[in-house]
Design a protein. Structure first.
Ligand SMILES: [Zn+2]
Length: 263
């Protein structure tokens, strides 16, 4: 089948049932197969998935929905998506798909998305090539070896948009320090996986990993959490770049205000 659902030459015999097209066919706008294209179209307007880079993946219980590689993310359709079952994967390098649209390849980000799903039980993982994320990694790089591996910021209201960490209740406080580890970029996106997993082990409570001169991976328990944390992070990255331009430090010592409620 063509991505648009019409049969083309050479597809004879490729009935819907054999390629599990029903997995990506739904009238529900919140179905993962419909959400991924609509979210990516919105992300494109933010410059997060420009020029086929970046993307998003959603896990619905055992099923994982993945975009194709090298496509214009704002024009993607539900019928373009790949689907796999996590429980059927024995070798994450040689993945088995329940649905593979002909003529393409699944996203190069797939093993990184799967790391968020398998190691953190995430329900959604978003990858952006945001300018602000890239600039933060460059500013850290300019600080030199030993001071370039983690982005830290505290005493900013938007920090409250982040969960406390894996299997922990509640969100960070305004005074808490948000820490996002940075990994070095590789020539092939798939090769980032082992370094992303290392960063997850070293920073078990993080919901994001920056990739130097590349972008950021952000995940959450569900689409809502992954999306809002990704938005909060982008806000903080932009703020951090502008703070640096103004000579303001990312870490500050702001005393807690004593309120009448005693909190
Ligand atoms: Zn990328």
């Amino acid at each position: 089948m063509c991505p648009n659902g019409k049969k083309r030459k050479g597809d004879e015999g490729a009935e819907d049932t054999t390629n599990n097209d029903h997995l990506v066919t739904s009238d529900d706008q919140n179905h993962p197969a419909n959400l991924i294209p609509s979210l990516c179209a919105k992300f494109w307007t933010l410059g997060w998935v420009t020029g086929t880079g970046g993307g998003a993946s959603i896990r619905d219980d055992d099923l994982v929905y993945i975009a194709p590689s090298g496509v214009q993310k704002e024009l993607m359709k539900a019928s373009d998506l790949y689907v796999l079952a996590l429980s059927q994967q024995t070798d994450l390098k040689n993945r088995v798909y329940l649905r593979s649209p002909p003529g393409g390849r699944p996203s190069q980000c797939t093993p990184l998305f799967l790391a968020a799903f398998t190691k953190r039980g995430a329900g959604c993982c978003i990858h952006t090539h945001s300018h602000w994320a890239v600039l933060v990694t460059l500013l850290l790089e300019a600080q030199g070896p030993g001071q370039d591996k983690v982005f830290e910021i505290n005493n900013i209201e938007q920090i409250k948009g982040f969960g406390r960490g894996f299997q922990k209740q509640g969100n960070l406080d305004y005074h808490d320090t948000l820490r996002i580890p940075v990994i070095e970029n590789t020539s092939h996106e798939e090769d980032l996986t082992e370094f992303l997993e290392e960063a997850m082990d070293k920073y078990p409570d993080t919901y994001a990993v920056l990739v130097r001169r590349h972008g950021v991976y952000v995940w959450g328990d569900n689409v809502h959490k992954a999306k809002t944390m990704c938005e909060s992070l982008d806000y903080l990255f932009q703020l951090a770049v502008e703070m640096k331009q103004l000579g303001l430090p990312w870490l500050s010592n702001v005393p807690k205000v004593i309120t009448s409620s005693g909190r």
